[in-house]
Ligand binder design. Sequence first.
Ligand SMILES: [Zn+2]
Length: 342
Amino acid sequence: MKDMICFEDFLPQGEEVTSLQSRIAEGKLVHALMITGEPGTGKRTLAALTASALMCRAQTGIPCGECAGCRMAASGEHPDITVIEKGVPLSPETAKGRSTIPVDDIREMIRICSQYPFEGGNRAVIIRDAENMTPQAQNCLLKILEEPPQNTYFILTTSHPDQMLTTVRSRCRQVKLSPWDESFIETVLIRSGTEKEKAKKAASVSAGSIGNAIRLVSDDGYWQLREEVMNAFFRNRKRSEILAVSTSWKDRKTDADTVFSILEDDMRRLMRYRIVPDSKPDIGEFPAEWQRFAAEAAPERFANLNDRIREARKQNAFNVNFQAIIERLLLTFTGESDLWLN
Ligand SMILES: [Zn+2]
């Protein structure tokens, strides 16, 4: 799945990315970037592509993908790109599998940066999920950010910029990535060999995260569970069958969280259909009464169902009998669909 997304794919994200490209091309990139955005929006990928663009011999601001610099960067073996993340020690002093990035790793990085780059060009330091740096590590990083060595670029990624020291944050130019359009995610999946119908489905439940979509595409168990949830909660019209359906779920407490997530996700799609007229998601897999619900129901009807799902999640956490939880939810959903039958 590597190389699925290229630098150009990020350009529609807006001015922060396009200026990144022109600044690299002009040799005027700021020395510290902080790429932020929700999980799955491609922060790591953009960090890697930016580092690659810095190493590229062509220096157009977009990695050419052909030169030795790009090839080494893509294989993760460029000697002038240093990657720091929690659990992967950079310093021999650091224990494996730590849940933070300790100051020793930052000191080791500073030592590496004090040497002349192997290729004689730029050097890039990527700090993934930078909020995992201990305060001590962040303070140590701050020193080098204040006086960066020549041709050295720091690229931090984080979904939680608020958890970082303000002093570090203010030293970095922020590049904020937004969730992706469903159609773009679909295109990426198809490009990587996913069959069209599956790509469309995965994109529609990915919540704008390419990472989610990629993970879901190859998770057959998830798709089967989705289908079961659709059958039980949306396609089942008979109250008389609720007991039988809930009984069939009684030993599946391990699936509980995924079931609730799928239901929440289904509700989000129905709601988006209702409130965002321009980007109507495909709700063709829902039966007619639920499509009517999506087109006409008042906001409080949506809120009610969402509340019921949240409540079920809570009850499950408190070990209420899973079959009873499912039965109550089924009653709620069947009751709602009854209102929208012809
Ligand atoms: Zn290149």
